[in-house]
Write a protein that binds this ligand. Structure first.
Ligand SMILES: Cc1cc2nc3c(=O)[nH]c(=O)nc-3n(C[C@H](O)[C@H](O)[C@H](O)COP(=O)(O)OP(=O)(O)OC[C@H]3O[C@@H](n4cnc5c(N)ncnc54)[C@H](O)[C@@H]3O)c2cc1C
Length: 324
C-alpha cells in the first residue's frame, strides 16, 4: 500500500463529523474493507477518521421504551453474541454469526459492515466500470454470475452485508450523526440504488456517519430465521440469503440478500399471504412454492446468474415453511 494518508482519532461525534466534512476524509471502523479498498486503489483518501475512539460508540443498550440501541462501532462479534440480541433479535444474531471469519467479526464494526463497498470484481480491480467512472458496466457481457437479479442496472452489484438483510427484516432505523446533531432514517431508505446514484451506496453526505442502529421493540421475538447459501461453506459472501420474521402480532417480513444492490424486501402482498397462512390453517407445499415464485416475479437475471433465481426461490420456500 503506497498511498499516504493522515490518521485521526475522533474524540467526539461532533469532531468526527467536522473532520469528515473536509475533502478527502473518510470514516474508519475496523478497516477490514477500507484498507483493502485503499490497497486496491478504488479509494484514495487523504485522511482516515477513526470512529472507534468516540466514547460510547461501541455500546449496546436497551432504552427505556425497550428499543435496543447498537452503537456503530460495536463489532459484529460483540453484536452477534450480545444477550439482548440473541434473545430478542435471533435473525440478526444468526446473520452476524455467518459474516466472513472470526477475525473479521472481531475486527469489523456494524457501521462499517453496512457501509462496505460492493464486491463486484470489475470495480474491486479498478477495471473501468460505471462505479469507478468508466463508460459502461463490463459485467453485462462479461462475468456476472455473482451479480444482481433484482433492482440491477445500469450497474449490477449486490449488497455484500449479511446483517443488513436481517436489519431490514426487523425494521431497524439508522441514526446518522452530523455536526450539531443526528437524524434517523428507516434502514429501507438508507441504501441507494445504482439507478439513483452511481458512486455511493448510502444516503450519507460528506460530514455524516452512522452513529447507531435502533432496533424497534415491535419486531422483537416471534419466529426469526436467517439462512445463507455460499459457494463454499465458510469465509464467503452470500450467493443468496434470506431473513424471515413473524412478529408477535403475526406480521411477516421476508428479505433477500445477495440478489440486489440493496437488501430486497419481497412485496407486501406476498408477506400478507404468508401471514394469513400462518394465522390460519397453514400452507401446503404447492401454495408455498407459488408464493416463492410470485415473490420473484420481477427477477431479471443476467447471462450467467439465472441459477440465483432458483436459489432465492428455494430459500424463500424454506423460510416460509419455517414461519408457518
Ligand atoms: C474475506 C472477507 C469475507 C467477508 N465475508 C463477509 C460476509 O460473509 N458477510 C458480510 O456481511 N461481510 C463480509 N465481509 C465484509 C466485512 O464484514 C466488512 O469488511 C466489515 O464488516 C467492514 O467493517 P469495518 O468496521 O472493518 O469497516 P471499514 O473497513 O473500516 O469501513 C468500510 C467502509 O465503511 C465506511 N465506514 C466505516 N464505519 C462507518 C460509519 N460508522 N459510518 C459511515 N461510514 C462508515 C468506511 O469509510 C468504508 O468506506 C467480508 C470481508 C472479507 C475481507
Amino acid at each position: 500500500m503506497s498511498h499516504p494518508f493522515l490518521y485521526r482519532r475522533a474524540t467526539s461525534s461532533d469532531e468526527a463529523a467536522q473532520l469528515l466534512g473536509e475533502p478527502g476524509a473518510v470514516a474508519l471502523g475496523g478497516g477490514t474493507d477500507l484498507l483493502t479498498a485503499i490497497a486496491e486503489e478504488i479509494t484514495l483518501p487523504d485522511r482516515l477518521v477513526d470512529l472507534r475512539t468516540i466514547p460510547g460508540l461501541d455500546q449496546i443498550e436497551v432504552l427505556g421504551d425497550e428499543t435496543v440501541r447498537v452503537g456503530a462501532a460495536a463489532t459484529i462479534a460483540t453484536l452477534g453474541s450480545h444477550p439482548s440480541i440473541r434473545e430478542r433479535y435471533a435473525v440478526l444474531a444468526q446473520a452476524c454469526d455467518v459474516v466472513g471469519t472470526p477475525a473479521l467479526r472481531n475486527m469489523g464494526t456494524i457501521g462499517g459492515n453496512l457501509c462496505q463497498r460492493p464486491r463486484c470484481w470489475y470495480f474491486r480491480r479498478a477495471i473501468p466500470c460505471l462505479k469507478n467512472g468508466g463508460p459502461s458496466c463490463p459485467a453485462v457481457h462479461g462475468e456476472n454470475r455473482y451479480l444482481a437479479i433484482l433492482n440491477g442496472g445500469p450497474c449490477h452489484v449486490v449488497h455484500p452485508s449479511d446483517p443488513a438483510v436481517a436489519l431490514v427484516a426487523l425494521g431497524a432505523r439508522i441514526e446518522i450523526a452530523a455536526v450539531g446533531g443526528t437524524r434517523e432514517v428507516p434502514i429501507a431508505d438508507f441504501f441507494v440504488l445504482p439507478s439513483e446514484c452511481i458512486d455511493r451506496e448510502t444516503v450519507l453526505h460528506p460530514g455524516e456517519f452512522v452513529s447507531a442502529i435502533l432496533l424497534p421493540p415491535e419486531t422483537a421475538g416471534g419466529v426469526q430465521h436467517y439462512h445463507k447459501l455460499m459457494q463454499r461453506e465458510a469465509w464467503d459472501f452470500a450467493l443468496a440469503s434470506v431473513a424471515a420474521c413473524r412478529d408477535a402480532n403475526g406480521d411477516v417480513s421476508l428479505v433477500l440478500g445477495g440478489v440486489a444492490p440493496r437488501p430486497w424486501r419481497v412485496s407486501s402482498s406476498v408477506e400478507e399471504d404468508v401471514a394469513s397462512g400462518a394465522a390460519g390453517a397453514g400452507l401446503d407445499d404447492e401454495s408455498i412454492a407459488a408464493l416463492a415464485e410470485r415473490a420473484l416475479y420481477d427477477a431479471v437475471p443476467l447471462s450467467k446468474n439465472g441459477y440465483k433465481v432458483e436459489l432465492a426461490a428455494a430459500l424463500l420456500r424454506q423460510a416460509i415453511r419455517a414461519l408457518v
